[in-house]
Design a protein around this ligand. Sequence first.
Ligand SMILES: [Zn+2]
Length: 278
Amino acid sequence: MTNHAPNRSPTQPASPDEALEAALAQAAELLQRARYCIALTGAGISAESGIPTYRGKDGLWTKTGEPPLNQYQRFLADPTAYWETQRQRRENPDELFATLREAVPNDGHFSLAELERLGILQHTITQNIDNLHRLAGSERLTEIHGNSHYTRCLACNARAPFDEIPEALPPRCEDCGGLLKSDTVMFGEPIPRDRLAACFHEAEQADCLLLAGTTAVVTPAADFAWDIYRRGHPLIEINPEPTVISDHCTVTIRAPAGEALPRIVDQLKRSAARSHDS
Ligand SMILES: [Zn+2]
């Protein structure tokens, strides 16, 4: 396929790059037209920062086995044992732990933060727990599965970043003395109500959804996508691979988020400059 004709007739299909360019332009237009666009991100965007995904061929759980389904109940039964294990992992970090601590945001994360600053993106809901959206500068953010760099008080729900694990275990909330766990939502643990309410609130207002690096199969995040779709609003998907929701998307962009999103930001900035000039 090295020999492509220079004078392609209009009836011939566009080349993959032309198709990608057209999809990016269409996405930029939808974003510009939306009154309240939100983003939903998943493991794919973190994978571009070197964080392994859980499921799939090279997935973490495929190698190490899935965590126990009653992980949360085990934590409640013996929180000190949990925190002891966490301390040991910090002292002798395994490969995964080191990767999670050292990962940095990629251009996909930075572009979402920029779309927020430009007033084009109103909110980001992420299924990722790795803190990368915050590091990239996203402020209107709901981490539906929590954030592994934060603790959460089980009594008053206060969240705080933590670097060191205190001497006395289990750690207690400075405000109310309640038990602290990692903010990351464990298997068997309900999603904190405030987070879920924030997601519902955002999804209800949304008239456009940008899906980046999510397969849209894990509920409840997937439910928000379907809800926005059923209300007749456009869905923009950025994912190198097709997903269950692809056929329902107004635009599908078959590229990594770190490649597609900066190009969309460029398009939006160019068109803003043009409308400013005219
Ligand atoms: Zn508390």
